[in-house]
Design a protein. Structure first.
Length: 195
């Protein structure tokens, strides 16, 4: 649909660039890459790293959600079957159950809860994205995810006070923006620790 609309909006003389998933091995970029750096393979698209998902079944609603919680340095959950996940989406708290409709949600700083048969695991996440697939798979990619029991309430309150002071004394837009990010993260952290 998007490609069709884009084609109609552009003039006939404009050539459409291929989508990243359509880049062929003989593409100009790949040729230029290999002539510049012959010992290193050209970068791959994210699609080349993703494993195919099982087909979506419309006959029965699954009883478990398969969760992948990935950080830049580790994988907290890998193909773990859970009952429910609650994420801090930018649009508000969002519960993900088996059979959830396909969704992409941006994460904001806040509390992420993973509900399993043997209890609830809570993490503070600073941001990231959640990809919910229609076949009861959820891929959550977070910048940071720290178990809530490893965080110190006194340090969080001290951090909030420091960034609130920096915000009130900021002299330019950059300082204000940096201080506001600190206030937002420490406010969410204090809220997660008190809840």
């Amino acid at each position: 649909m998007f490609r069709h609309v884009t084609t109609r909006l552009l003039s006939r003389s404009t050539k459409l660039r291929p989508f990243s998933t359509e880049v062929a091995a003989d593409d100009d970029f790949v040729k230029a890459w290999r002539s510049t750096i012959p010992n290193l393979e050209p970068p791959k698209t994210p699609l080349s790293f993703m494993q195919p998902r099982p087909p979506t079944s419309t006959s029965t609603l699954p009883t478990k959600l398969t969760l992948n919680l990935v950080l830049p340095y580790a994988s907290e959950f890998s193909n773990k079957e859970v009952d429910m996940v609650i994420i801090p989406a930018t649009t508000g708290q969002m519960g993900i159950l088996p059979g959830h409709v396909s969704t992409i949600a941006e994460l904001k700083p806040g509390l992420l809860s993973v509900h399993e048969e043997n209890g609830v695991k809570k993490y503070f996440v600073s941001g990231g994205f959640a990809y919910i697939h229609a076949n009861s798979f959820a891929d959550i990619i977070a910048v940071e995810a720290v178990p809530i029991d490893q965080l110190d309430s006194a340090s969080a309150q001290k951090g909030l006070a420091e960034f609130t002071q920096k915000l009130s004394s900021a002299s330019n837009d950059l300082e204000r923006a940096e201080a506001q990010i600190g206030v937002d993260v420490y406010s969410a952290l204090n809220s997660a620790l008190s809840g």
